[in-house]
Design a protein around this ligand. Structure first.
Ligand code: RB5
Length: 149
């Protein structure tokens, strides 16, 4: 399987069940999932899980990443500290589509204490189903990339 069909997936303890649901959902669509845990429900620290998934994307081992924590916010902040990552928290499907289409996001974050499983899976589908539109949006994404240097 090529990296173009591989998704990095991680969470903290607050989102383990939703992460498992997301993994099953996207595997059923033919994606290869690098689910890097955690596997047990003990309290853990979202920065390390967000960074680990982001490194799989930044290195090119995975094309995209999905991270989850209680609100989606902390793990998103950690993922965005890794160079090359553009990760957005989404609680609605329009935002999930648009972070791909306009912002060329390569990671999606979801809050398991914010959205239910049904909406979360629709958000995942909106994210994975959209493509970057380029053009003027490419100019703006290049400006984001320039801020990293
Ligand atoms: C864990 O209690 C919680 O703080 C975490 O899952 C997340 O919501 C942080 O942004």
């Amino acid at each position: 399987m090529t990296a173009s069909k591989r998704i990095a997936l991680s969470s903290d303890h607050a989102a383990i069940e939703l992460r498992k649901a997301v993994a099953a959902h996207i595997k059923a669509q033919g994606w290869e999932v690098e689910d890097i845990g955690p596997q047990t429900p003990e309290s853990t620290h979202y920065p390390k899980h967000g960074a680990a998934a982001a490194q799989l994307v930044a290195s090119g081992k995975c094309a995209l990443g999905i991270v989850l924590c209680g609100t989606g916010q902390g793990i998103m902040m950690a993922a965005n500290k890794i160079k090359g990552i553009r990760c957005g928290v989404c609680s609605d499907t329009l935002s999930a589509k648009m972070i791909r289409a306009h912002n060329d996001a390569n990671m999606l974050s979801i809050g398991a204490r914010v959205v239910g499983e049904g909406l979360a899976l629709e958000i995942v589908d909106a994210f994975l189903g959209a493509d970057f539109e380029g053009g003027r949006h490419g100019t703006r994404v290049d400006m984001i990339k320039a801020l990293e240097d």
